[in-house]
Ligand binder design. Structure first.
Ligand SMILES: NC(=O)c1ccc[n+]([C@@H]2O[C@H](COP(=O)([O-])OP(=O)(O)OC[C@H]3O[C@@H](n4cnc5c(N)ncnc54)[C@H](OP(=O)(O)O)[C@@H]3O)[C@@H](O)[C@H]2O)c1
Length: 296
């Protein structure tokens, strides 16, 4: 089987490169630019003809879409590009895969929720209530895929971090080692997700053809619940950054262009029951990722 990965230079895309090394399938890694030392074909997912042509030339049967516009704050002012990448481009991918009776695996976000004051974990069939442009455009992307008639798996994930690119874990490792005091919000609750764990799950489903008969939306984050404040406390502890005073604060103390969900914990019963995949607890995965980061 030929599987094409988009956004292969991003966090999840890079983890897909790692987990798929021993695959029996052929993986093609694509992004908008090449990075030194990485095999990457150029593919801009906003261009439907470019997608059609690589699908035809390489006989692609599955696309895993790891590309997106992921800057939640900047999306508020970059509405057009957010819409193009998060809503229109998934529709392009869906159309191209529908034309060859292929499968689209797409990644969405817990930020499709948050507008209502939830306090129980969000289920897949719960109505989306995004609080900002990023969440809204990601929700439109999901809807466009569903309308296209393509076979799809959509994984909504949350608070993604990895060894690659910029992310919260790396930022807090740096800040807690250089600042005497920092404030971090404790009134936003969710679950961090190690991109490697999500990539392993997608890989397992593909390698074992578990997608057959199971199209739909699934929630995937690591297990457990925390706030950004508690997340930071553990990052500092694992990094051995003991001299930084980490204080909890309210979201309103940080002027932000976007209101973020106060509670966006995902209920993962469906993904576990359908695919029989164990999900690591968030602190165990954080330790693994940070151990890799501290070695490099
Ligand atoms: N990060 C999170 O906390 C988080 C949370 C929940 C859900 N998610 C979702 O999880 C998925 C993976 O996120 P991530 O953090 O791995 O993303 P990421 O690190 O931002 O990677 C996205 C990749 O897509 C590429 N890209 C941008 N425009 C493109 C285009 N027109 N065509 C092809 N590729 C393009 C980017 O290239 P450039 O960098 O050169 O622009 C980048 O390499 C996304 O769908 C995201 O919405 C993320």
């Amino acid at each position: 089987m030929v599987i094409l990965i988009t956004g292969a230079n991003g966090q999840l895309g890079n983890e897909m490169r790692i987990v798929s090394k021993a695959s029996k399938d052929k993986y093609i890694f694509t992004d908008v630019v090449e990075v030194d030392g990485q095999e990457t074909a150029i593919l801009d997912i906003t261009k439907i003809e470019a997608i059609r042509s690589i699908v035809k030339e390489q006989n692609v049967q599955v696309i895993v879409n790891c590309a997106a516009y992921t800057n939640v704050d900047k999306a508020e002012n970059d509405q057009k590009i957010s819409e193009l990448l998060n809503a229109k481009a998934p529709e392009n991918l869906a159309k191209a895969m529908k034309e060859v009776n292929g499968l689209l695996i797409h990644i969405s976000t817990d930020y499709v929720f948050g507008g209502d004051p939830y306090n129980t974990p969000c289920k897949e069939n719960q109505k989306g209530t995004p609080t900002g442009v990023y969440g809204l455009t990601k929700l439109k992307g999901e809807e466009n895929i569903q309308k296209s008639g393509v076979d799809y798996l959509i994984f909504r994930t949350a608070w993604l971090y990895s060894e690659f690119g910029n992310n919260f874990v790396k930022t807090m490792m740096h800040l807690t080692s250089t600042k005497p005091q920092i404030k971090v919000v404790f009134d936003q609750v969710g679950t961090p997700t190690y991109a490697y764990d999500l990539a392993s799950t997608i890989f397992n489903i593909l390698e074992n053809r578990k997608y057959e008969g199971n199209i739909g939306i699934y929630h995937y984050s690591n297990e457990g619940v925390t706030s950004w404040y508690d997340f930071t406390k553990l990052i500092a502890e694992i990094a051995g950054n003991t001299s930084c005073d980490i204080q909890p604060c309210h979201s309103k103390e940080f002027p932000s262009p976007v209101k973020r969900p106060a509670y966006s914990v995902l209920d993962k019963s469906k993904v576990k029951n359908t695919f029989g995949i164990p999900i690591p607890y968030w602190t165990d995965s954080l330790k693994k990722c940070m151990s890799n980061l501290m070695k490099s």
